[in-house]
Every structure is written in structure tokens, then in C-alpha cells.
Design a protein around this ligand. Sequence first.
Ligand SMILES: Cc1cc2nc3c(=O)[nH]c(=O)nc-3n(C[C@H](O)[C@H](O)[C@H](O)COP(=O)(O)OP(=O)(O)OC[C@H]3O[C@@H](n4cnc5c(N)ncnc54)[C@H](O)[C@@H]3O)c2cc1C
Length: 443
Amino acid sequence: MTKIAIVGCGISGMTLAKRLREAGFEVDIFEKENAPGGIARGFKAKGWKDSVEFFYHHWFQKDTDLLELISELGLRDRVKYRTPTTVMYHKGKFYPFDSIPAAIAYPGLGFGIHKIRFGLAGVYLRLTKNWRELEKTTAKEWMTKYAGEFAYKTMWEPMMIGKFGEEYAGQVTMAWLWARIYSRTTSLGTFDGGMQELFDLFAEQLRSAGVSVRLKAHVDQIERDDDKNQYRLVLGSGEVREGYDNVIVTTSPQSMLGLCPQLPQSYRSQLAALKHLGAVVLCVRLKHPLSPQGYYWYNLPKNEGYPFLALVEHTNFIPKERYNNETIIYAGDYLPRGHEYFSLTAEELLEKLKPGFKRINPEFSENWIIGATKFAADYAQPVPFVNHSKAIPAMKTPLTGLYFISMSQIYPWDRGMNFAVRWANELAREIIGNEPAGKEFSF
Ligand SMILES: Cc1cc2nc3c(=O)[nH]c(=O)nc-3n(C[C@H](O)[C@H](O)[C@H](O)COP(=O)(O)OP(=O)(O)OC[C@H]3O[C@@H](n4cnc5c(N)ncnc54)[C@H](O)[C@@H]3O)c2cc1C
């Protein structure tokens, strides 16, 4: 039986494990953390019925690959969609901005030519599928030309700077912005009980099907034995696991570079050229709701003194009764490695955030705060430049039997769980295609 090791137990690793086990492979997953779920995993405080994700997560109605997978797991009835309100800032106030009527009513673009051009560009982007043409130019150039400079500067530039920082905002390809506009819906979904529950149940099903899911197992090195045509894994504990015909790595490109020094230089250069930002998220628990209007997602204007890109009142999406009547707020931002937020404590970040709370709700007071936790990730948002499709390293590396799958290869779509599943399905098909038909396995 073909033996395969998967490094990482996020949604990509688990989807691959399911597909390959179903095709008759012997599958071992190695995950460095103490729970499955990767960057989408979560935690549950005492008294809560549901977990919350470390980094805010929701799904869109068009996330069909993910929904199909959840159906296969027999858990589709636990996916719940709701339509919470997203708001944009204009001159000291926030306005809903998540439907066509709301966009028409939004005063930030006035009610004349700027709004008409913004609307027409939006309609075109919802209809076209020709992203290959769009990837030849930057979002800044395309939007300035078609939606107009005023609309770009007012509507898109703050989001581009928030997502990619001043350094990269003007260089990101239009194909990425097209994909965001094309694929998103206002109705947002999540898993009843929290996404951690989905990952725990998924891991349980994998184990029952014979997959070895090892947690707290950091892979330090992947070594290829050319004579045997096999791989060996060296774990952080010093343990060595041998005899793998295939290895799939689901980590960041930078980790992949460190894991396998035998990778040829050409592939290493492709990995090294990929750029990304990290994320810092503060999750704050309050005794009372913050948003007086019950808004879910605030796009914050950093140039107006707000210290984060987004403020998300999670309990205006999932009822607060699930969390012992607490209000749960996320404040998050995408930041380059070395930004001071990575080294600040939760308390220090909270100090920066408090004036923002007060601006959103003047009644907010210190004694509303129950606690705050900081989560940070070095690898959170890949940066796709013009013609990115030509710069993406293939999932099949030049070393026979070694594969790599990451958020940086998902394109033109913005990284997301749905696309992690789609890419994993494709990779599994490719690997299984090289394999004589195995015993079918049912979950
Ligand atoms: C702030 C933020 C918000 C997001 N919001 C959304 C959203 O709303 N909706 C959505 O669909 N997606 C969202 N995403 C994206 C989504 O989380 C990812 O697309 C998806 O979780 C990626 O899954 P993955 O399995 O490819 O990678 P990961 O989840 O990163 O999994 C990789 C795994 O490998 C493990 N690992 C790394 N190195 C080693 C090693 N050496 N040894 C062993 N294990 C190792 C890691 O611990 C991790 O568990 C968001 C991401 C971020 C950062």
C-alpha cells in the first residue's frame, strides 16, 4: 500500500487525507499544534457553548467545494447562514454597505458620476470571468481607469492598504480584486458550535477510517532517500519516521524552504519570491454589546486614527446566548513581519483600541471589559502581483513524490477555506491518478 505523510492538519491536510484514504493509501498526518484546524482553529472559554476562531472566519454562499465536503462528512445541517450588516465609514459615521440599495444610499461617493462609474465597474466585474486579462494590470490602475480616481481612493484604496500595507497595495493584480467582487455574497455562513467542532469531528472521522492524526508532532526535516525512492521525516522530538512514498506539505512557503533542503534551486527561488503579510487579531470579551446599531463588520479607516483594519462584533453574527451572554469583538489587521503589534501584549493592544470602542459607542466604559486575547500569525495574507499565475510554484515539486499546497497557490481567488478544499481535491486527484486503483473506503 502506498504510504503518504501529510505535514499540517488544517483544512487542506484533512481534505487530502480523506481523499487519499478513500483511494486506499496509508495516510499519516503530522500537526505541530495540539488541535486540528490550522489557521481557522478556535478556542472555547469557560461557560461558552460554542468555540470562536482565533482569527475571524465565515463562509460565503458560493463556497460550494467546502459545503460539498461538509455534506460528505454528514454535517451539512450544522452549517448556518445569516445576513449580518457590514458597514463603511464616511465623515465620522458608519453606513451599511453590503447590498445594492445600501451602496446606492452610501453618501461617501456622492450621488452623481462617481457613484455611477463605481456601480458600472462593479456590475462589469460581477459579470466577467476573464480574469486572465485583468491579471495583467494592477487593481489601482484598472479601478482608477474605469471606476475613476475618486472611487478608487475612497472605496478601494483603504481596503487595499489595509490588506496589503502601503508597500504592496498599489502593486496587487486586478485579478485578485475581481475574484473578491465576483465570488462574495452578503449571506455569511458558519458551523453551529464553532469551526473547531467541525475540525474535531473531521479528525475523528479520519481516525475511524484508519488515518493516523498525530498532534503536537512538529516536522523538522523531510529527507529523500534516492536509492529507496522514499522519504523520511525527522520530528522535533528527534523521532524519525521512514518509508513514505509521498509527502504533502501544507505549511507556509517559508517553512517549506526550511523543511526540505534537497529541493532544487529553481523551485526554492519560486518559493522565496512569494510575498505575504502576517495578521494580528485581538479578541475582546465584553459584558455588553458594543455596536448601538447591531452592526457585524466595521471597515475601519486607519487614516482617521483607528488602530486596526476591521472591527468585528462576532455576537452580531452568532447570538451571544452561545457565549454566556458575552459580547465578542475582534479587532484585526494584516501587517508586515516586524510591525510593533506582533510584540505588543493583549493589554497594550487593548489600550490602543479603547478610544475606537468609545467612538463607536460613547457609552462604552472600562468596566465592560471581561478580558482580551491576542492571536498572531506570520503567514496570513499572500500578496498576488501582476501576472501572478506565472509565478506560482506547482503543487507537484521537482522531487518525485513531494507535493506542496498553500494559501499562496490559491489564485485568482483570495485565500479561503473553500479554495483550500478545491485545491486539495485537485491535488488528491493528481496523486491518485498516478496510483493503481486502490480499495474504496467509505466514511
Ligand atoms: C485573519 C484571517 C482570516 C481569515 N478569514 C477567513 C474566512 O473568513 N473564511 C475563509 O474561508 N477563510 C479565511 N481565512 C483563510 C483560511 O483560514 C485558510 O485559507 C485556510 O484555513 C488554510 O488552510 P490550510 O490547511 O491550507 O493551511 P493552515 O490552516 O495554515 O494549516 C497548515 C497547518 O500546518 C501546521 N504546520 C506548519 N508547520 C508545521 C510543521 N513543521 N510540522 C507540523 N505541522 C506544521 C500548522 O500548525 C497548521 O495547522 C482567513 C485567514 C486569516 C489569516
